[in-house]
Design a protein around this ligand. Structure first.
Ligand SMILES: [Fe+2]
Ligand SMILES: [Fe+2]
Length: 258
């Protein structure tokens, strides 16, 4: 099956671009499942029920999160109720929502795990140990296809996790930096990998934010309220071609649509 993973959708501008582009891309590439990182999909910050629904209604099967997942209070009950919108699994017990989910397509089941890196981010539980626990559980439950979103700052942490999970999961993709890396590959034990999917949002921006606001913050070192830039958008992602029965990754294709 072809699993399309889309990088951090930024603001309603990014959500709207996704809604316009996703249906035709799904047809063109014969996509069976779509996973979207939505941690920045709300205008202002984080993710809200409105932005989550926007992404799901555009054709996503699962939405993953990251360090901005819990920015918006109105999302907390939604996280608890939803099996389609997850947040990093290595948050402490008691955090709202779930860190992984399983989607049953009838002919196969796909597990999706969301993890947050701990290098230059939050001091959470080890993403390596958390992945071990969840993967063991999913294997016991007979889930053959497992996809991991490692939302992290450091490229080395993402790649090290991918090698650690090589042969145990179908694909590992990185998110968070909003800049797509050109290193899509199949690791030696047949796990697909890319260090970062990139972003879905405005091109003339700093990671989706209005450039003048990012400049102000970087230059003055004072807090600035960010808002999403406008204008033409791009959509970044990666397609993993995964064998339904074995979970082995047979192909990786990087996507960037303007
Ligand atoms: Fe992000
Ligand atoms: Fe992030």
């Amino acid at each position: 099956m072809n699993i399309l993973c889309i990088g951090d959708v930024v603001g309603s501008v990014g959500c709207e671009f996704l809604r316009r582009q996703l249906p035709s891309l799904k047809k063109l590439k014969a996509i069976d499942m779509v996973i979207v990182n939505g941690e920045n999909s709300a205008d202002g910050n984080g993710i809200t029920p409105v932005s989550a629904e926007h992404i799901l209604n555009s054709g996503a099967d699962v939405i993953t999160g990251g360090n901005h997942s819990f920015r918006r209070f109105e999302m907390y009950p939604y996280f608890d109720e939803s099996n389609l919108v997850i947040r990093p699994a290595n948050y402490p017990d008691g955090a709202y929502g779930k860190g992984y989910t399983v989607i049953d397509f009838g002919y196969t089941k796909v597990g999706v795990i969301n993890l947050l890196g701990v290098v230059y981010t939050e001091p959470l539980d080890s993403p390596f140990d958390t992945a071990d626990k969840i993967i063991n559980q999913l294997k016991k439950d007979g889930v053959k296809i497992i996809i991991v979103d490692i939302h992290a700052e450091a490229t080395a942490e993402k790649k090290a996790l991918a090698y650690y999970l090589d042969g145990r999961v179908s694909a590992v993709f990185g998110t968070h930096t909003h800049v797509q890396t050109a290193d899509e590959q199949i690791l030696p034990e047949k796990t697909g990998f890319i260090t970062d999917l990139g972003m879905t949002g405005p091109i003339n921006s700093v990671l989706g934010v209005k450039p003048e606001l990012a400049v102000k913050k970087m230059k003055n070192k004072l807090p600035v309220r960010f808002s999403t830039a406008e204008g033409p958008c791009l959509m970044n992602g990666c397609i993993f071609d995964v064998d339904n029965k074995t979970g082995v990754c047979n192909g990786v294709e990087r996507i960037s649509i303007i």
